[in-house]
Design a protein around this ligand. Structure first.
Ligand code: SIN
Length: 289
C-alpha cells in the first residue's frame, strides 16, 4: 500500500464519532459498513432513534439491519423517511409496482443485476440518494450471494494530490445503455455528464464519481487518454480491498447504501441456486463539485 493510501486510511479511520444513545452501531470495517441494532423497521422508528440511524448512514455509507420482518408497505415507509421514492418507467419494471425493483436469480437466469462495480442509475441527471434492498430468499445451499460495497470517499482520498487536482477539472459521460451491451436496449435511456470528483450533498466530503457500470468517457481527453484513465480508476475500485465491506445476507436482512458515495457489486457464486430480494430507491439530487 502506498503512502497516499495509508495517509488516507489514517485520516478516515481516525475520525472522531459521537456515541449513540438509541441504537447500536457495530462497524464492519474502519472505513465502510455498519450493522444497526435496536430498531424494528416494521414500526415507525421514533425520531431520536431515526436521527441516529441517519447519522450512522452518513458516517458508514452502508447500514445493515438484521432479522426484520417487513411488508413492502413497511419497507417503503422506512425508505420514505429519507426522501421520495423513485418510480421506474413502466417499460423497465418486472412487476406492477413501479417503485419496487425485483432482484432475483435462479437456475434459469442467464445474468444477474449488478454483477459489476457500479453505483445505481448514474446516467440519470439526478442519480439516487440510496437504495434499500430487503432480502427474502438466500441460496438454498446456505451460503453465497454476498454483496461487496466500496467507499468512493477513500477511493478519492487515496489518489495523489497531483491526480486529484487533474481530475477536479474533468467531467465524465454516464450512459444508461452500457448495462445493455449485447442485449436489445429499451428506447430513451438517459445519458448525462457529471463531474469526475463531486462533493457529497450532506457531508460535504469529496469523492470519486465514475463507475464501470455506466461511465463511458471523459470528453476533455483524447479517446486513448480517457480509456487509460478510466481503466486506472476502475481497476483501483476493483483492486483495493481496503475500500470494501462485504455483506452476507440472510432472509430478513435489509441493507441501505448511500448511492452518492459508494459502489457495489453483487456476487453470483451460487448458480444454479436462487436468491430473491426487493429494492426501493430514494430520489437523489444533481451531483456537484
Ligand atoms: C444491485 O442493486 O445492484 C443488486 C445488489 C445485489 O443483488 O446484491
Amino acid at each position: 500500500m502506498d503512502r497516499y493510501c495509508l495517509e488516507a486510511i489514517g485520516r478516515i479511520a481516525g475520525e472522531e464519532r459521537a456515541p449513540y444513545a438509541h441504537i447500536t452501531v457495530d462497524r464492519l470495517t474502519p472505513i465502510i459498513g455498519a450493522e444497526i441494532g435496536g430498531v424494528d423497521l416494521a414500526h415507525p422508528v421514533p425520531d431520536p432513534a431515526f436521527d441516529e440511524v441517519k447519522r450512522a448512514f452518513l458516517e458508514n455509507q452502508v447500514i445493515i439491519f438484521r432479522n426484520q420482518t417487513l411488508t413492502v408497505a413497511q419497507q417503503k415507509a422506512f425508505a420514505r423517511r429519507f426522501g421520495p421514492l423513485r418510480a421506474l418507467p413502466m417499460a423497465d419494471i418486472d412487476g406492477d409496482d413501479a417503485e419496487l425493483v425485483i432482484i432475483k436469480a435462479s437456475k434459469d437466469s442467464t445474468f444477474v443485476a449488478g454483477e459489476v462495480w457500479h453505483a445505481d442509475g448514474t446516467a440519470d441527471p439526478a442519480p439516487s440518494l440510496g437504495s434499500m434492498l430487503y432480502m427474502h430468499r438466500t441460496p438454498e445451499i446456505g451460503t453465497g450471494g454476498d454483496t461487496l460495497f466500496a467507499s468512493m470517499y477513500l477511493a478519492y482520498e487515496m489518489l495523489s494530490p497531483a491526480l486529484k487536482l487533474f481530475l477536479e477539472g474533468l467531467t465524465a459521460i454516464h450512459d444508461g445503455a452500457v448495462p445493455w451491451q449485447g442485449y436489445e436496449a429499451p428506447p430513451g435511456l438517459p445519458k448525462t455528464e457529471h463531474p469526475v470528483i463531486v462533493r457529497h450533498p450532506e457531508t460535504g466530503r469529496k469523492l470519486l464519481f465514475v463507475n464501470s457500470g455506466f461511465t463511458t468517457h471523459i470528453p476533455q481527453l483524447s479517446p486513448g487518454e480517457s480509456r487509460a484513465l478510466l481503466d486506472y480508476l476502475f481497476a483501483l475500485v476493483a483492486r483495493e480491498q481496503v475500500l470494501n465491506c462485504r455483506v452476507r445476507w440472510a432472509p430478513g436482512t435489509l441493507v441501505f447504501w448511500d448511492n452518492r458515495c459508494t459502489q457495489h457489486h453483487a456476487i453470483w457464486d451460487y448458480f444454479p441456486h436462487s436468491r430473491y430480494g426487493e429494492r426501493v430507491t430514494v430520489l437523489g439530487s444533481v451531483p456537484t463539485r
